[in-house]
Design a protein around this ligand. Structure first.
Ligand SMILES: *[C@@H]1O[C@H](CO)[C@@H](O)[C@H](O)[C@H]1NC(C)=O
Ligand SMILES: *[C@@H]1O[C@H](CO)[C@@H](O)[C@H](O)[C@H]1NC(C)=O
Ligand SMILES: *[C@@H]1O[C@H](CO)[C@@H](O)[C@H](O)[C@H]1NC(C)=O
Ligand SMILES: *[C@@H]1O[C@H](CO)[C@@H](O)[C@H](O)[C@H]1NC(C)=O
Ligand SMILES: *[C@@H]1O[C@H](CO)[C@@H](O)[C@H](O)[C@H]1NC(C)=O
Ligand SMILES: *[C@@H]1O[C@H](CO)[C@@H](O)[C@H](O)[C@H]1NC(C)=O
Length: 684
């Protein structure tokens, strides 16, 4: 049995141990070794193809696709071994002199690899292709980098979308009728190599500033799979390769951003950043500007009434009710992890306006709860999953409480005056939530008092994370979620009653790793460590063992399917919550004050895990933790950077001793007089 006790507050470096030289975690890193990625295997060929294996190397050997007019198309289906993103580069050893064409389709999964890509940019607007990329191959040796554009214009002919997120590629000798006479559907094409110029952040072992390793190899692999998924979304914002639905941003053009998905939408959304940002700061904080750029861009587009757009899509007008709160939370996280107080100073007026002007204007003043509906002019608004719900929704209100409390602290630290007001309002909303939305019969929070009775994963989870749920309600709500939302591939949005909102949508079988991260975190906060780990294994284990593997999906649908078929992104940063969950709760390190001036260390020990180690990078230096459980009990080595202050909690048995640097500070339920205080800790 483990219990937690505050044992020490330390200043400066309190252990000489350094984990910096440890390399045992390198084995889990997924990124390709170089930005030029070669295929890993040929899956299949059809019709007249010679020497397809030549595509696996970059030497002078080549594959031949050959076709007489009356024959079926020869094709090669290639596996790159891993979901990847960037520009495909084809090297041709030459071709017949009639400009034979190749057509190329891309997919993240074999299931959706067909005669067209699972998704291309043209599918979202500014259409120049109908799902395949085309190229007319010259007779002489040549190279083609698949970028967006057409070999002829007015009208557009022989077009390609360029830049794809995919694992599988199908190449075949063919031409569209509409592209005649520039390209022929017959002849011979000699392909020497097909490679990918990987454009996103290449997270090799040398680039990781933070890392994690424990006894459980599956958990370790999920951590690095999450890191890779997120890195695939750290890329430049380039007008030809972002979402085509009025998403241009002169401010972001050419800058690194944190996209929502590698394949699509390729637009940075601030809700997604709520998870992806944390993953970024815990792995590659040197790239944190990718989050800052997005937050600043959205701040610059704050509406007159204080509302903040979720993303640049539709010229910053997509109406979401919850995302301005995610902007607040994401700004909080950004400052907390990076210590960038200049950013805080710059956006502070934006923060005040969204919390003090916008949200009060959509509050039902009889209850004090945020209210989505025509009554507050927000009937047409959506949220992270476009759930068709209205009224005083528990999720919006609990997220409001969390955001108010978080930035209230930050305002205090920065010497601003708004903190007390925000904390008061958080308390008012908390009381109203508990008075109006607790369903005593179910033992869980209602989704809303408007519409059919149903209970949701989001509101119940964030009620706990925000501290709004008293401990008995927290335990009860988590029990309810476990019993009523459980699927073989994670926990769903809703219990079965949630299907009444839209009987065809399958809300009671749909799982988002995004919002599940908050449930998993709530389980850790409620000391239900094994339940948190069990859910991680159920959900991430499902994605790890189903195509494309490794990268984490935008959403999981009925029976564990891709919830929107081939359109689903299989590499979505918002699904990487397993990484912050393991670093924050199993390694146990969390910043508690701007830039890690203060942080807490409180490891949660999963059943069967007897050791964990790793580094959490901070602007002051590395925080290193190395803990193990053995016959001598629980032992934790901490490396804390100079100038920081750590609050350390360790699990301790009812009867036993807690020592710090060989000094006993707690024994059999008693704090030892004078110990456990800052002054008594030997600083080495
Ligand atoms: C990593 O560190 C741990 C403990 O700090 C040590 O036992 C292990 O041998 C190290 N591994 C390597 C490869 O350095
Ligand atoms: C990267 O290089 C190492 C050593 O050079 C090799 O063992 C490993 O398989 C390579 N990984 C990939 C993904 O190519
Ligand atoms: C298949 O292609 C090769 C190489 O271009 C060619 O020599 C051969 O005649 C073709 N076979 C058929 C049956 O068309
Ligand atoms: C790969 O793309 C980068 C830009 O992301 C570019 O600078 C580089 O030249 C490209 N490499 C090749 C071989 O095309
Ligand atoms: C609630 O009161 C605020 C002022 O505190 C006001 O701005 C808002 O419009 C009121 N809400 C509604 C729905 O009338
Ligand atoms: C988790 O355990 C800690 C320490 O044992 C306790 O303070 C806290 O209230 C518990 N949390 C919940 C939600 O039960």
């Amino acid at each position: 049995m483990f219990r937690f006790f505050l044992v020490a507050a330390v200043s400066a470096s309190f252990s000489s141990t350094t984990l910096a030289q440890n390399t045992s975690w390198h084995q889990y890193v997924r990124a390709p070794n170089t930005t030029m990625v070669s295929p890993s295997r040929i899956i299949t060929t059809e019709n007249n193809v010679t020497n397809a294996e030549a595509l696996l190397s970059t030497d002078s050997s080549f594959a031949i696709l050959s076709r007489e007019l009356e024959d079926s198309s020869p094709s090669i289906t290639i596996d790159f071994g891993l979901n990847i993103v960037g520009f495909p580069i084809f090297t041709f050893a030459g071709a017949s002199s009639n400009s034979p064409g190749i057509r190329v389709a891309f997919s993240e999964t074999m299931q959706f690899l067909g005669d067209r890509s699972d998704f291309t940019r043209s599918d979202n607007g500014q259409k120049i292709t109908d799902g395949t990329d085309q190229h007319a191959v010259p007779a002489e040796p040549s190279t083609w980098t698949d970028t967006r554009g057409c070999q002829a214009e007015n009208p557009n002919k022989v077009c390609a979308d360029g830049l794809h997120g995919f694992r599988y590629m199908r190449i075949w000798l063919d031409a569209l009728d509409a592209d005649a006479p520039l390209v022929a559907a017959n002849g011979e094409v000699r392909i020497q190599s097909v490679q990918l110029n990987y454009t996103a952040f290449l997270g090799t072992p040398q680039t990781f500033q933070g890392w994690f390793e424990c006894e459980d190899e599956d958990l370790n692999q999920y951590w690095y799979d999450a890191a890779y998924t997120n890195d695939m979304n750290v890329d430049l914002f380039l007008t030809d390769y972002i979402d085509a639905r009025e998403s241009d941003s002169p401010f972001l053009e050419g800058k690194p951003v944190l996209f929502d998905g590698a394949k699509r939408d390729r637009d940075p959304y601030v809700g997604d950043l709520a998870v992806a940002g944390r993953t970024l700061y815990l792995t590659h904080p040197a790239a944190a500007a990718a989050a800052r750029n997005v937050l600043l861009d959205l701040a610059q587009h704050q509406r007159e009434d204080g509302w903040i757009p979720p993303a640049s899509i539709r010229s910053y007008t997509l109406p979401l009710f919850d995302y301005p709160l995610w902007w607040v939370m994401t700004s909080y996280d950004y400052v907390l992890y990076t210590g960038d107080v200049d950013y805080l100073a710059e956006v502070y007026p934006v923060l005040v306006k969204v919390l003090d002007t916008y949200y009060p204007s959509v509050t039902d003043n009889t209850t004090g709860l945020l209210f989505r509906g025509d009554e507050t002019g927000t009937g047409g608004y959506g949220d992270y999953a476009f759930l068709p719900r209205s009224g005083p929704v528990a999720y919006y209100n609990t997220l409001y409480i969390l955001a108010l409390k978080s930035v209230a602290d930050m305002a205090d630290w920065a010497g601003k005056t708004e903190g007390a007001n925000w904390r008061d309002r958080a308390n008012t909303v908390t009381t109203a939530l508990n008075n109006n939305l607790w369903d005593q019969t179910a033992g869980a929070y209602l989704d809303s008092t408007v519409g059919p009775v149903r209970h949701a994963q989001d509101g119940n989870s964030i009620a706990i994370l925000s501290g709004a749920a008293p401990s008995d309600r927290a335990q009860s709500a988590l029990g309810y979620l476990d019993k009523n939302m459980r699927q073989g591939y994670g926990n769903a949005f809703y219990d079965a009653m949630g299907d009444a909102l839209d009987p065809s949508a399958g809300f009671s079988t749909r799982v988002y790793a995004f919002i599940s991260y908050f449930e998993i975190s709530a389980r850790f906060e409620a000391n239900l460590t094994d339940g948190a780990i069990e859910q991680i294994k159920r959900m991430y284990g499902w994605m790890a063992t189903n195509d494309p593997q490794v990268t984490m999906w935008e959403g999981i649908g009925a029976d564990g399917s891709l919830y929107e078929g081939g359109f689903t992104s299989c590499a979505h940063g918002w699904s990487t919550g397993v990484l912050p969950a393991l670093s924050n709760y199993v390694l146990g390190v969390k910043p508690t004050r701007t830039g890690f001036a203060e942080f807490s260390v409180k490891p949660n020990i999963p059943e069967g895990v007897t050791w964990a180690r790793g580094v959490v990078p901070s602007p002051l230096g590395d925080v290193g933790v190395d803990w193990k459980v053995d016959g001598n009990g629980f032992n934790l080595k901490l490396t804390a950077p100079k100038g920081s202050k750590a609050t350390v909690s360790v699990p301790a048995a009812e009867k036993g001793t807690v020592g710090v640097d060989e000094q006993v500070v707690w024994e059999n339920g008693e704090n030892i007089e004078g110990a456990g205080k800052e002054s008594s800790i030997a600083v080495k």
